[in-house]
Design a protein around this ligand. Sequence first.
Ligand SMILES: Cc1cc2nc3c(=O)[nH]c(=O)nc-3n(C[C@H](O)[C@H](O)[C@H](O)COP(=O)(O)O)c2cc1C
Length: 178
Amino acid sequence: MEKVFETITSRRSMRAYEETEVSEETLSEIIRIARSAPSAGNLQSYYILSVRKKKLLKKLWKHAKEQDQVKNCSVLLVFCADLKQSAKKYRSRGRDLYCIQDATIVCSYAQLACQFFGLGSCWVGAFNEVQVANDLDLHTKYRPIALLPIGFPHPDEKKRMSKKIKKRRNLEEVYKKL
Ligand SMILES: Cc1cc2nc3c(=O)[nH]c(=O)nc-3n(C[C@H](O)[C@H](O)[C@H](O)COP(=O)(O)O)c2cc1C
C-alpha cells in the first residue's frame, strides 16, 4: 500500500526526456493498468491513440503551442472522449460530461502507471482541439481531451523538478467538512 502512496505523491510533470525508446510492451502495460479506471456505467467512453511518428508529432507540437515535450517524447498518448458511446445511454449528460470524465480519469491512471514504471509524463491540455482532431482523423466521433507525452525523464529535468516544491493550495481552500 505504501508503494501506491509513494507512486501517487512522487509523480511530477516531466517535460524533457532521454532518447531511449519506451517499448511497446511497457506501453501496453500502461494502457492495461489505465483501463482499470472507473467510468460512467462502465461504458469506458474513451479512445486512446499512440503516436510515435516524428512527422505527426511535429504537427501536434504545432497545435499545442509548440510545447517541446509533445515533439521530444518517445511516445505520445492522445486521450479522447467517445461522445457517442456515452450519449447512447446517458444522452446529453453522457456527451457533455461523462465521456470527458472517463477520458480524464483513464489519463490520470496512465500517468500513475508511467510513474510506477519510472517513466516521465506531462499532461498537455493547451492545444487546438479542431486542428488535433483533424490531423488524427477523429471526425466528430472522438473529442481529444488530453495529450500525454511519455519518455524516460532526462536527469536534468528530474533534478529540476525534485528541487521545485510541489505547491498545493491550502487544504481549507479546497476542502470543507460539512
Ligand atoms: C487539465 C490540465 C492541463 C494541463 N496542461 C498543461 C500544458 O498544456 N502544458 C504543461 O506543460 N503542463 C500542463 N499541465 C500540467 C500541470 O502544469 C501540472 O500538473 C501542475 O503544474 C502540477 O505539477 P505536477 O504535475 O508536477 O504535480 C496540465 C495539467 C492538467 C491537469
